[in-house]
Design a protein around this ligand. Structure first.
Ligand SMILES: C[S@@+](CC[C@H](N)C(=O)[O-])C[C@H]1O[C@@H](n2cnc3c(N)ncnc32)[C@H](O)[C@@H]1O
Length: 246
């Protein structure tokens, strides 16, 4: 039942990644919650809190997928002004739009089909930007960082969640066993899509370590950069700001 081997390999061609997420979209949320034991919801809530929102902000959520982070942003108090979610998978966005309607948030969220390396937003038009578990799927993450930098206003905040591999020795072994043996099989079983959940551990392993991610953010021009481990380093919450105009 584990499906074909990792046929996607490290090929992150946009059409292939979008097709993969289109295929798993109907079961994506269920799998997220099951495979992370519900922790994914807490991680997104932490990312929202890290932005220090005071109300009325315009926020862009990159790789928004089925919109869980965009919905969490739209639900915060005091209320964010407007949330724009961008993703190139029509299947993921369809699920996200249905959820926004069902939760009465459709007027506060706009889910737009597009590539995050060419954001459909004007320079300096966003107060905050986010991306959850999306950046490692982007073919050229540096292009997405540049786009975030471009669309943020001076002083605007960026929050990013991404998986990593814990470095604590005992935990590392256990986690890698779960991540490379159990998760791909469970994912294939529930989603009916073998390669997508083999791609997940492969893509996490291939993604740069937190030190490299923070230096890439610095190279883009961001300041106040932090990388905070969550769940003993299974996930990192990255925060950064576009420097205020001097
Ligand atoms: C693992 S999902 C994350 C979805 C959501 N942010 C969450 O927290 O559950 C990754 C998403 O990134 C999207 N994606 C990857 N590369 C992209 C790109 N260059 N432009 C737009 N969307 C992209 C995929 O279509 C997919 O929906």
């Amino acid at each position: 039942m584990s499906g074909p081997p990792d046929t996607l390999g490290h090929d992150k061609a946009p059409q292939r990644i979008a097709a993969m997420f289109d295929a798993i979209a109907p079961r994506y949320d269920l799998l997220n919650h099951v495979l992370s034991a519900g922790l994914d919801l807490r991680w997104r809530a932490k990312a929202v809190r890290s932005l220090g929102l005071t109300g009325g902000e315009k926020i862009v959520d990159l790789c928004t997928g089925t919109g869980d982070l965009a919905l969490a942003l739209a639900r915060t108090r005091p209320r964010a002004g407007r949330v724009v979610g961008v993703d190139f998978s029509g299947g993921m966005l369809r699920v996200g739009r249905a959820k926004a309607c069902a939760r009465g948030l459709a007027d506060r969220i706009r889910l737009v089909r597009g590539d995050v390396t060419r954001l459909p937003l004007a320079d300096g038009s966003a107060d905050a930007a986010t991306v959850a578990f999306g950046i490692r799927n982007v073919q050229r993450p540096a292009d997405a960082f540049s786009e975030v930098f471009r669309v943020l206003r001076s002083g605007g905040r960026f929050a990013m969640l991404e998986f990593s591999t814990p470095s604590v020795p005992g935990l590392r072994g256990l986690y890698l066993w779960y991540f490379t043996r159990i998760l791909p099989r469970a994912g294939a079983l529930i989603s009916g899509h073998g390669s997508a959940y083999a791609y997940l551990p492969a893509s996490v392993e291939a993604f740069p370590d937190p030190g490299r991610v923070t230096s890439d953010l610095a190279a883009t021009g961001f300041s106040h950069i932090r990388a905070d481990p969550l769940a003993l380093g299974i996930v990192y919450l990255y925060s950064a700001r576009k420097p205020p105009r001097s």
